[in-house]
Design a protein. Sequence first.
Lengths: 163, 389
Amino acid sequence: MSSSSTTTTTTRLLMLKASDGVTFEVEEAVATKLGAINNMVEEEGSEDLICLPNVNGKFLGMVLEWCKKHANNNTNSDKGNDEVNKWWDKEFVMDLDQNTLYHLLMAADYLSGTELVDLLTEKVASMIRGKKVEEIRETFKIKSDFLPGQEEEIRKKNSWAFE
Amino acid sequence: MTEFSNLTTDLTELILSYLPIPTLIRASTVCKLWYAIVSSLSFSSTTTQAHHHRNPWFFLYGLHNTSSKNNQSFAFDPVSNLWFRLPVLPTRHHQPTSSCFLGADGFFLTTAPNFAYSRILKRAWRVTPPLRFSRINPLLGVSDDGWRRVPRFIVVGGVRFIGNLVDIEDRLAVEIYNPDSDSWDLFPPLPADFRSGNSSQSLSSALFRGRFYVFGIYSCFVSSFDLAQHVWSEVQILRPPGVVFSFLIACQDRLVLAGICNAPVGQSFNLWRIDEKTMEFSEIAIMPQDLLYSLFDSDEDDKFASLKCVGLGNLIYVFNEEYHKKYPACVCEIGGESGKCSWRRVPQLPSPVNKFHQVISFCSTVSLHNILRGEEEDEDVAPMQAMAD
């Protein structure tokens, strides 16, 4: 199914295997948008099956979907591509629930998909914006670990920002 | 189960880097890790610095001559597009009176009877040794070369202040504060051409690429003080056709002149890019007419006399110093590479807004590290209530 190991063409296919055994067959040009896979391809060269024990199939599929979209759009030389990508990115993150967003971000980070990490972290940031401290803690399930009085002290010194 | 608290520090830092400063101050109280990230020098100096330097805040400090409890302090963050009401500065030792109180990048300052400074968003005055020439309404530059605890303050022009008398004839030496020796160094005064008006009421100044530019708002004289050589350049005239009055502003990578201009169709507010070598100008933007007129509503010929303009980074703020419409303002953003200018109205100040005798206005970048980790407040500072009017 894959082309011979010595020739690298845009149609070369890679097999990616997720932690739960689900496999994906993707074009090399798409998969190498992920830094981690790009490194593996360069280092191992002939290896066509790549195992990814830290990502499960659901999220690997989503990451690859994003890569495919961006790889395709980038091959066209049309100027409007930036706009298309932006619009598509917006759609991509719009309805992500928090659980999916978290695991997708972990997957993108593990696979060194820098652009996707940027997109997802910006989405997380948008969930912090405009929220009160208590609401942020609740959203992200973070417990305050300040000593008694410490938090109040920071707050008191910069009370203008809390109004 | 979602465990965002399990994210690596790098990812958390990346997430926080997208947020505006006021949100980050709130975020710093979420947990110790977030506080450590937000208040770290590296977060302030690398992660978010470029963004914050492009988007300086606009400060407006209103002074009431007779009742200091009517003073108010406001700051506008262009990224969150919000005004914040700041606590007014304590005044026990340093009663800010209108003519010796001013603001410059990063600081509020008083120049007489003592020279004192307080970091913006902090409330602690620190006093330096007195100026050799105590003065009111000088021009002031802040030269922050890196991460010194205290920068160099550059004091130029102004009017001599002896006791309660002023001497308008005196050409005052340039004084530069040396934080290492905690003393003031004296240098040649403003060129004599500026004698007719050597105070901040008729001059504007801009610190740009190691030179302190002084520009006559009405006279159009311009000269610059070389901060390394300590000499003034030859005085030149910078007068685009039709200009009525204008301000010189140091933006990120260019000098900009901004002012009211008489055109065949009526008065307009223009921006010109200035070539600092030749003092040649080229127009880069004209404020939309409806925006300009929304800041002023009288039909008087001199209605624009209360227009003021300050800028830094990529932003130029234009506003009306008169109480009449509660100090309305707009801002122009100069796009980085393209130089494309876009204008927008700044939201109204948060009510209630008192009526002031004078407003001190300036642009400043804001450093999270300084806000959260900066020097502790002076002990001898009394709260505002201690002030008797």
